[in-house]
Write a protein that binds this ligand. Structure first.
Ligand code: MN
Length: 496
């Protein structure tokens, strides 16, 4: 990683030829001097972090004001230069963005309460200035990129928080690319073994399917040309790792049921052409029943628009097509970030972004005076915000992460660690407090199972509250064995 801002300036010049690059250079030097003598955990000079944050913001093609705030984002918190200095030298607008990030502070993830508190903080920050969240995303992505230099337990915690707070918010803001990036970077640290397994699985599939998809793409191109339907781009897109992992969980790990490992993306000049392309595809290949989705006529709640169809393709293989206009594609990848693109002062608001803003504001208003977390959760529910996906992550005392379904108990946790830990389990501590075995675990909890090696086996009562299939079947087989033994002992003709 270079210590000069040249790469950053080049990136900006590409999408924003009129940008004031001197101002960006000045902000870089200002931040570099302020952080002089400070190092990252990796040992690198500190300025590498804000520089990379700014580069990520340039990748989102954002106006220079946001990029400058990105360069300065850690200055007031970590150096002698104050917010007032920044206000004097860079003006009120940039200073207020930097203030917003400083206010968000360093989130420490521990348990449900902190989780909700952090979510609330994020929403309040978003409501006052959405640009702050974009900088926070870039900041977090670079922290995830450099997570290897932190101790393992801290790594898992930051990655987990990113997966559970940052990624869902990015998703809700329609930022598919950023969401995928945050999820995949976190996935590697939260569930390293699963990550490696999925990575290899995907790599293998790609090597097999690549030529096939290219062939299908050629056929479609031919059909579009023959029917004089204009198109902009046909390309294969590969599924992100974490989203593949989640989908595999839904389908009991059966990869043959997943048809969008590689999807064919069809970018068309306008909406009419999208439907025309759909007709062409269905004319050649038979669509699977119930798999045609018109998100153009009925967009997803986060604004996503596209036509999806899954067809029996060449040689009976199943292939998914995603058809959309360039604008829809841009919006799907970049979400609200797309709306700032050509607007230097970053204040102009498009109608799609107004909708996002209304949603964020509504939420912030709702929870502004509310102290209690339950009410906040209700509000989230009311606005149909899917931040709580239906699984949780629980830490072992060593800092390993166990992935469980919502509602799981210490018994599920114990069986997830090892069958014998489950069988010998007599009690549990959650976050250092002794709890009953049917207590529901929350994401971010630390759980410590108390075992007794003299314990004979699980109790059949546990079947009334366990959530995982694994725990259930273990308890069943163990208690059944005990029953059979007992029957044998009292049965006629049997000797002790
Ligand atoms: Mn930072």
């Amino acid at each position: 990683m270079s210590l000069s801002p040249e790469k950053l300036l080049e990136k900006i010049a590409v999408y924003n030829p009129g940008a004031d690059l001197n101002m960006v250079r000045l902000a870089f030097e200002y931040a570099r001097d302020a952080h002089e003598g400070q190092n990252r955990m990796s040992g690198d000079p500190y300025i590498i972090h804000p520089l990379r944050t700014a580069e990520l913001l340039a990748d989102m093609q954002l106006p220079t004001s946001i990029i400058i705030a990105g360069l300065l984002h850690d200055v007031p918190e970590d150096t002698k230069v104050t917010l007032d200095d920044i206000r004097r030298d860079f003006g009120e607008d940039i200073a207020s963005m930097v203030a917003g990030i400083t206010k968000l502070g360093k989130i420490k993830y521990r348990g449900m309460e902190r989780y909700i508190e952090n979510l609330r903080k994020m929403f309040v920050a978003m409501a006052s200035d959405l640009r702050v969240i974009l900088i926070k995303f870039a900041d977090r992505i670079n922290n995830l990129e450099t997570l290897d230099s932190l101790p393992p337990e801290k790594r898992a915690r930051i990655a987990l928080e990113s997966l559970e707070i940052y990624a869902p918010i990015a998703n809700r803001l329609g930022m598919g690319e950023i969401k995928g990036k945050i999820e995949d970077l976190s996935f590697r640290h939260v569930l390293p073994k699963e990550y490696e397994r999925i990575r290899q699985l995907l790599a293998e599939t790609i090597s097999i399917k690549k030529n096939y998809i290219a062939g299908v793409s050629k056929i479609l191109e031919g059909d579009l040309k023959a029917n004089a339907i204009p198109y902009l781009e046909l390309s294969g897109r590969t599924k992100h790792l974490y989203s593949l992992y989640r989908k595999l969980q839904k389908y009991e790990d059966d990869i043959s049921k997943i048809h969008d490992l590689i999807a064919l993306r069809v970018i068309m000049p306008n909406v009419g052409d999208c439907y025309a392309a759909l007709g062409i595809i269905h004319h050649r290949w038979k669509p699977l029943k119930g798999r045609i989705k018109d998100y153009i006529a009925q967009p997803k709640p986060n604004g996503y628009q596209s036509l999806h169809t899954t067809v029996f393709c060449e040689d009976g293989e199943i292939v998914e097509f995603q058809i959309r206009t360039k604008e829809m594609h841009d919006a799907a990848e970049r979400g609200i970030a797309a709306h700032w693109q050509y607007d230097e002062d970053g204040k102009k608001v498009s109608s799609a972004m107004k909708k996002q803003l209304t949603w964020v504001k509504e939420l912030a208003d709702l929870q502004r005076d509310l102290e209690d977390a339950d009410k906040f959760l209700e509000d989230l529910e009311m606005l149909k915000i899917d931040v709580f996906q239906n699984r949780i992550f629980v830490f072992t005392p060593k800092g390993d992460v166990i992935d469980l379904p919502e509602g799981a108990t210490p018994v599920d946790f114990a069986y997830a660690i090892h069958t014998q830990v489950g069988n010998k389990c007599v009690g549990a501590r959650i976050n250092d407090k002794i709890v009953s075995l049917d207590t529901k675990l929350s994401s971010g909890d630390y759980c410590d199972v108390i075992t007794d090696k003299n314990r004979k086996g699980p109790s059949a009562d546990w079947l009334t509250f366990v959530k995982t299939h694994h725990a259930r079947s273990q308890i069943r087989s163990q208690t059944k064995a005990k029953l059979t033994d007992w029957m044998k002992n009292i049965g006629p003709g049997e000797k002790k």
